[in-house]
Design a protein. Structure first.
Length: 269
């Protein structure tokens, strides 16, 4: 069992995607997950079974024996949960895992607090290798910041220290790079399916696009009609999307933005 600066018992608050992957990884690394809390009994029970630990759906029944409380719930639930949670173990370290929530949400509630933000996309049914996860940490004290960094390193993850303001921009950048990119895959799948073509035909293209940005800046990796602003091709595509005006609008806006980035790149050369 790992003891990181007297962290013997970890209490997991939440049982969603992030909480599930993170708590299982911590348990497999040697940390003791003492208890799981979720307001949804099915979720709490499922995660507790994986961790072989007790669970509760009642905030007042959360154990006071935790050294570290990791809060991984919807942002909208934080203001309701945090004050009641901190009362359970005032001397413990409390952290949340949210990208867009500032650390000072703990201010005035807890003496020891911070943020342990894993910037990755999590789905319950897909395994995550934490050696491929980057954590961004922040804490009220230098000692607790060191502790959070050590936890991330024990998971085999990369870790960077980032302020709440920096993390806000990490989160919005991640939305563009992950959520919006995935939605583009959904749009592509829709267009292909409507014309009797399989989405899997796109996978080699998607994989190569992702590989390229490991070696080239994204602006330099950009190709296609928008990058060179080939109006003949763009206009043909817009004509094809006439029956779906929302997609046509998205196509035109993104094409113009790609061209602006490409033009700005030329101006700086």
């Amino acid at each position: 069992m790992i003891y990181t600066m007297n962290i013997k018992n970890i209490i997991m608050i939440g049982a969603g995607n992030v909480a599930t992957h993170l708590s299982v990884a911590l348990s497999q690394t040697g940390y003791n997950i003492r208890q799981v809390f979720s307001r949804t009994e099915a979720s709490a029970s499922e995660l507790a079974d994986k961790l072989k630990c007790p669970y509760t759906t009642d905030l007042s029944q959360i154990t006071h024996e935790g050294d570290l409380y990791i809060v991984s719930v919807k942002d909208s639930a934080l203001n309701d949960i945090l004050p009641k949670l901190v009362q359970r173990a005032p001397q413990a370290l409390f952290v949340h895992t949210a990208g867009s929530v500032p650390m000072n949400i703990w201010q005035g509630l807890a003496e020891r607090y911070g943020v342990l933000y894993p910037m990755q996309t999590f789905s319950k049914l897909r395994q995550v290798d934490f050696r491929e996860v980057t954590f961004f940490t922040e804490a009220h004290t230098a000692a607790d910041l060191k502790l959070l960094n050590e936890i991330a390193l024990h998971l085999g993850s990369k870790v960077y220290e980032a302020s709440s303001e920096q993390r806000r921009y990490l989160h919005i950048a991640a939305v563009f790079a992950c959520n919006f990119a995935n939605h583009m895959y959904a749009v592509a799948s829709h267009l292909l399916s409507a014309n009797g073509l399989p989405f899997e035909a796109m996978l080699p293209l998607i994989d190569e696009t992702a590989r390229k940005v490991h070696e080239l800046p994204p602006v330099e990796a950009q190709t296609g009609p928008a990058q060179r602003y080939d109006e003949n091709v763009i206009n043909r595509h817009l004509e094809m999307l006439k029956s779906e005006p929302r997609l046509a609008e998205i196509y035109e806006l993104i094409s113009k933005n790609i061209h602006e980035y490409a033009s700005n790149k030329k101006e700086t050369l």
